[in-house]
Design a protein around this ligand. Structure first.
Ligand code: HEM
Length: 485
């Protein structure tokens, strides 16, 4: 009888894996148990998703192991899903990787519901106080830009790899906001932290497989990516706890120095709660680092690559800098409204860099309908931002780098830049968008003002083919930065 019972249970399990409820989004038939996972493991993922859209339309259903996943394509459908149905489609999946990344639903990136809303609102308030929209933040970024440019100048116009220089500068800005201090580029403790953060991205991408096949996490040995991800997250949180403890020891209510102090002050005045708690603070800080460093640094690398591929764009941005700012002072955010071409260049970099092609997964809060298809509670959603960035109906000749596409006859931005959904959309839109835009503007304008950026070999330009993980990043390339008079 035990064998029969196990057989029936096994059969029911298999049926659940292959059964597709009525009115589900269309998609390719999967293998038993594996579902469509093999589709994502082989070949070029971007090309696979583009092909799926051509075959099945804007809403595509996939079965990834035990999870029903829905890919959302196209500007209008993305808007309908994440803006119109934002109240239903803005949860995060409760899968194994998200659970560990968020320490069981804490922080901003991996939390859901009221906890997410309160943490995001509070963190935004604290950041506004110490950063966003404040002149002090601009001067912190300018300070990092100046260190960054000194390192670039030290290369004396010889070809070099940007390597980790941009990551270090960008993460120093988060350090200033969060801990109230910046580090030297060769500080050992700082380098160690950066190494852990760098690994966090890579390991998370690799560990995702346990979401589809949960038994993998019980494999013996310490070598699975999932275990490495957990160890790495533990190390990052231990470092952050040390920072919090140091802040507690030196806390002065009259002198709030940074984000951690703001959090502690609130905790003292309102009393410890689920949101105002060290464990939540640690995850928030980790979120800001992990989500805020690699993304912006990678965009800077794309921008330099596009500039050496398109010297005429570089000349036009430099001319605008000369007209609006000149050479004797550094760029500031006040210059931005007058620098339409530079803004267009940054929009075009975000579009073609396409660094978060599938944004982050969302989850369905309760059953609802999208474009006539039923989405069920717990389904995972992939916002396919890539489907917008190269959409020919939105951008003519989308594989050409052409900032002028965003400029109207009146010389102003023509509104089409709103289709560049690099920061996603709706309630979960990137938390750090305004900081990232400030960083991009100040880093890139100052770099172009001071240096002529050239390829190592004009006859053999570095490839524009990305390395695809969770993000699209450019392959390592050398370039020359020749100082301008
Ligand atoms: C979320 C892009 C910089 C913090 C996201 C998402 C994208 C994104 C696509 C997913 C939104 C979704 O779930 O639909 C980018 C790009 C950046 C950048 C392209 C730079 C060019 C930053 C910075 C920070 C940051 C500088 C912080 C300082 C976050 C956080 C979330 C997020 C905390 C999660 C938001 C939530 O779940 O409510 N970002 N990001 N990002 N980003 Fe960014």
């Amino acid at each position: 009888p035990l064998t029969v019972a196990l057989g029936i249970l096994g059969l029911l399990f298999l049926l659940k894996l292959v059964y597709t409820p009525r009115n589900s989004p269309p998609g390719p038939i999967g293998y038993p148990v594996l579902g469509n996972v093999p589709l994502l493991l082989s070949g070029n993922k971007t090309a696979t998703f583009r092909k799926l859209r051509r075959e099945y339309g804007d809403v595509v259903g996939l079965r990834l192991g035990c999870t029903n996943t829905v890919v959302v394509n196209g500007y209008d459908t993305l808007k309908e899903a994440f803006v119109k149905h934002g109240d239903v489609l803005s949860d995060r999946p409760n899968d194994i990787v998200f659970r560990h990344l968020s320490d069981y639903g804490k922080g901003i990136v991996g939390s859901t519901g009221d906890f997410w809303k309160h943490t995001r609102t509070f963190s935004l308030g604290a950041l506004r106080e110490f950063g966003f929209g404040k002149r002090s933040l601009e001067s912190k970024i300018q300070e990092e830009v100046s260190v960054f440019l000194d390192i670039v100048a030290d290369k004396n116009g010889e070809p070099f790899f940007l390597g980790a220089i941009a990551q270090i500068s960008i993460s120093n800005i988060i350090c200033s906001i969060a801990f109230g201090e910046r580090y030297d580029h060769d500080d050992k403790e700082f380098k160690n932290l950066l190494h852990m953060l760098d690994k966090a991205f890579f390991l998370t991408a690799k560990a995702t497989i346990v979401n589809f096949f949960p038994f993998l996490r019980f494999l013996p040995g310490d070598m699975t990516y999932f275990k490495a991800m957990k160890t790495n997250l533990g190390n990052i949180r231990a470092y952050l706890q040390k920072q919090i403890d140091q802040h507690r020891d030196t806390f002065d209510e009259e002198n709030i120095r940074d984000f951690i102090d703001a959090f502690l002050k609130e905790e003292l005045s309102q009393g410890t709660s689920e949101v105002l708690h060290d464990e939540n603070l640690k995850v928030v800080l980790g979120n800001l680092y992990i989500a805020g460093t690699e993304t912006t640094a990678t965009t800077i690398k794309w921008a330099i690559l596009f500039l050496i591929h398109n010297p005429e764009v570089q000349t036009k941005v430099r001319q605008e800098i000369e007209n609006v700012i000149g050479c004797s002072r550094i760029p500031s955010m006040n210059d931005k409204p007058e620098m339409v071409y530079t803004e267009a260049f940054i929009h075009e970099t975000l579009r073609m860099g396409n660094i978060a092609p599938l944004a982050l997964q969302h989850a369905v809060k309760h059953d609802c309908t999208l474009k006539g298809y039923t989405l069920r509670k717990g389904d995972v959603l992939l916002p396919n931002l890539d489907s917008v960035m190269f959409d020919e109906s939105l951008f003519e000749d989308p594989h050409t780098f052409y900032p002028d596409r965003f400029i109207g006859d009146d010389g102003k931005l023509n509104g089409t830049e709103r289709h560049v959904l690099a920061f996603s959309l709706g309630r979960r839109v990137c938390f750090g968008e305004s900081l990232a835009r400030m960083e991009l503007f100040l880093f890139l304008t100052t770099l172009i003002q001071r240096f002529n950026l050239l390829p190592e070999d004009e006859q053999n330009l570095p490839t524009l083919e990305p390395i695809v993980t969770i993000t699209n990043s450019p392959q390592n390339y050398k370039f020359k930065a020749v100082k301008l008079k």
